[in-house]
Design a protein around this ligand. Sequence first.
Ligand SMILES: *Cc1c(COP(=O)(O)O)cnc(C)c1O
Length: 347
Amino acid sequence: MGTGQLTIDLDALIANWQALNAFSDDRVETAAVVKADGYGLGAGRVAKALARAGARRFFVAVAEEGAKVREALGPGVEINVFGGHMRGDTDMIHDLDLVPMINSLDQMLRHVEALPGHRFGVQLDTGMNRLGMEPAEWQAVRGIAEEQSLTIVMSHLACADEPDHPMNPQQLKTFKAMTEGLDVPRSLSATGGILLGSDYHFDLTRPGIGLYGGRPFEQAHPVAHLDLPVIQTRELAAGETVGYGNTWTAEAPCRIATVSAGYADGIQRIMGPMTAMYFGETPCPIRGRISMDLIGVDITHLPEVPDRLSLLGHRQGVDDLADNAGTIGYEILTQLGHRYTRRYAGG
Ligand SMILES: *Cc1c(COP(=O)(O)O)cnc(C)c1O
C-alpha cells in the first residue's frame, strides 16, 4: 500500500471529552464542536462516537456542515450553527432541524420571518470583533429574541489560551453585563475557557481542539496517528545530496528512506528541517526538502529497514508539528490530506 494510514483513536477522543466534561460541575453541559469536518478527522464518525459517550449538543460553522452531522446522528441531538441563518439556509435549517446562532439584526429578521417558532441561539460580540451582535444591536433586538424561541446566548473568548490575559476577565464582564436577567442558558467557553475555571463555564461549554488532542488542553490524549510507508531506501556516500534544491548534503555515508507523503497531504515544507519521523521510540530526521508526495528520512541508525514510519503519534503530536511549522495544531489537523487511508479505532 502506497498511501499513509491515518488512524483516528475514538477512545482517546471520548476520553478527552470526558476529561473536559469533568472540569465543570454536573449542571454544566459539555457540547462538542465538530466544525471543519471534525477538525479534519471526519465529522460524522467523531460526532457519532461523542454522542454515544453522552454529548447532546454539537456545533458546526455553517449549515452545510450541519447537514452532514444530522445525517450521521439522526434526530434527538441538537446541532447548532455558529454562522447563523444565511440567505439560502432556510430549507436546511428547517428540514434538518438545525439551530442557527443569530449574529445580527438582519439574521434575526430573516429567521423569525422565514421560520417563526423555530429555535435559535444568539451570538454576542464581547470584544473579539468577529461574529455576533454588539451591545447596542443586542439591546435593540433582545426583547424580540426573548419573545421568540431563544434557546441559548453565547459569546467567544479571543485570548483564552493565555490564562493571564486581561482580555479574559474583560470579556467575562461584558458577557455578564450583556446577559444579565436573561432566562436562557449561557455559553462562553471553548477549550481554553474551560481551563480558566468555573467562572467561565456558565451553562454550556463548547470544546473543540481539546477533544482532538490539541493545546491548550495539555493533558489531552493524542487522537490522530499518522503512519507513512517507506517506498524505497538508498545508501548515500559522503557528499551526496537529497531532494529538490540539494538543500541537504550527507557528511558521512548514510541510509535514506523515501517515504510516501508530502505537502499535498498537509505535511508543510516548512516543517522539514525541524521534524523527525519515528520508528518506535527512535527519531529519524527528515533530510532535504519535503516534496509534494515524497519525503527523505535518515534511517542510518536503525537496525532494520522499517515498513513505515510514524509522523503523528505518542512521540510527536499535532502541536509538535505545529511548532515546527510555525503554526497551531488546529491548522495541522484541518490540513490533513485526503490521500490517507483512514481507519477509526475504538469508539
Ligand atoms: C471553533 C470554536 C469553538 C471551539 O474552539 P476550540 O478552541 O477548538 O475549543 C467554540 N466556539 C466558537 C464560537 C468557535 O468558533
